[in-house]
Ligand binder design. Structure first.
Ligand SMILES: CSCC[C@H](NC=O)C(=O)O
Ligand SMILES: [Zn+2]
Ligand SMILES: [Zn+2]
Length: 408
């Protein structure tokens, strides 16, 4: 085949595997290598490349394909460059080698989350340019650092920079999740991450005695309240087939801290919870609920947040919305099933939506188990290549949405 390399591999797959080998792994990602790779892609594609250092050492790389009507608000294609750590001993292959097995599965950290999407954007743009196509709206591809640890030195800062305002984004795409069935999932909202540490204080003393008012007893009560709520939400999800995971609130007890010795009753103990609040929850009321669980446990029980997102947003998915109509229309035309859902975890989309830009989370992976953050994260090369096809249909549709009455 004309478009295959010497070893019979599609060049887009070869490029994907090269990108996967860059060790942008938390907590010490090699961002310099990723930025150099992207600058090289910009040169190859004939696109302008802008680097915005949002914090020392944290660069957002922006590749731009100018539209025929640059006065129109642009399309933003976002992806993050960092990946989560690995437990190497649990992998069948080196997670940074991008090994491809005889069936075509590419094993690598970031193969699903979300280096596939970065390369799919780039390759879709390359193909459309090579075909001599042009669209009214400008397309910006943003490659951001720090997403996997919350985006606080990435998209959270970038959306407030003048360079971001200058992109004049009218609509954005960002990451989604794989779908094991024939369908593709698209995310129109996400749950708000609330990371809560509850600290309980009480009377210390000898471990042999029935002390009154201990930190542990009170912490136990709080933990019970949080976990009872968890069970209620779990049941609600389980008993209603119309509800998807992202539509209910999830709580997990993720850390317990305190104590010094077997025979010393500690004066303080704490519990950490990862709470993901569904977007329809009244956040003020929910915080009051957390407060009352702490109060009910007794004196000296307090809580603090280490993450607290309070601006959930929902991107419209009704047929009258021009962005949704353009996006979903492509799936209709291609005869592909689309399942709209709420993202269960947090992505950089929350920052984009919070500044008023509609955003959809989409990673084109069907027939693929959800393996992000897991051992043996992998993606089949055929699914990856199909994803490029999908973007070569999506980008023309989105970048050709006519001017909207609201100025978008
Ligand atoms: C709350 S900031 C952490 C963001 C992280 N995002 C991807 O996994 C998550 O745990 O959802
Ligand atoms: Zn991700
Ligand atoms: Zn992730």
């Amino acid at each position: 085949m004309a478009n295959q390399g010497p070893e019979g591999e599609h060049p887009s797959v070869t490029l994907f595997r090269q990108y996967l080998r860059i060790r942008t792994v938390q907590p010490k990602p090699d961002y310099g290598a990723a930025v150099a790779f992207l600058e090289d892609r910009a040169r190859q594609l004939g696109l302008s490349c802008q680097k915005v250092e949002v914090a020392p050492g944290y660069v957002v790389t922006v590749l731009t394909w100018v539209g025929t009507n640059p006065a129109l608000p642009s399309i933003l294609l976002n992806s993050h460059t960092d990946v989560v750590p690995v437990f190497k001993e649990h992998w069948s292959h080196d997670p940074f080698e991008a090994f491809k097995d005889s069936k075509g599965y590419i094993y690598a950290r970031g193969s699903q989350d979300m280096k596939c999407v970065s390369i799919q954007y780039l390759e879709a743009v390359r193909r459309l340019k090579a075909e001599g196509r042009h669209f009214p709206r400008t397309i910006h591809m943003t490659f951001v650092p720090d997403e996997e640890v919350g985006g606080h030195k990435g998209m959270e800062l970038f959306v407030h920079r003048p360079e971001f305002q200058a992109l004049r984004a009218g609509f954005a795409l960002d990451e989604g999740l794989a779908n094991p069935t024939d369908a593709f999932t698209v995310f129109y909202s996400e749950r708000s991450p609330w990371w809560v540490r509850v600290t309980s204080t009480g009377r210390p003393g000898h471990g042999s005695r029935f002390m009154e008012d201990t930190a542990a007893e009170k912490l136990h009560k709080v933990v019970s309240s949080f976990l009872a709520f968890r069970e209620k939400e779990r049941q609600r999800l389980q008993s209603n087939p119309h509800l998807k995971e992202g539509a209910v609130t999830c709580v997990n007890l993720t850390k317990l801290e305190g104590g010094v010795a077997y025979n010393v009753v500690p004066a303080t103990m704490s519990a950490c919870f990862d709470i993901r609040v569904a977007p329809d929850v009244d956040l003020k009321a929910f915080e009051k609920q957390l407060e009352s669980w702490c109060q009910e446990a007794g004196e000296g029980v307090t809580f603090e947040f280490s993450q607290k997102w309070t601006q959930p947003r929902v991107t419209p998915t009704d047929s009258s919305d021009p962005w949704w109509a353009a996006f979903s229309g492509v799936f209709k035309d291609m005869n592909l099933n689309l399942e709209p859902e709420i993202f269960p975890a947090a992505t950089d989309s929350r920052y984009i939506r919070a500044v008023g830009i509609p955003a959809l989370g989409f990673s084109p992976m069907n027939h693929t188990p959800v393996l992000l953050h897991d051992h043996d994260e992998r993606l089949h090369e055929a699914v990856f290549l199909r994803g490029i096809d999908i973007y070569t249909h999506l980008l023309p549709a989105l970048a050709s949405v006519p001017a909207l009455p609201n100025g978008s």
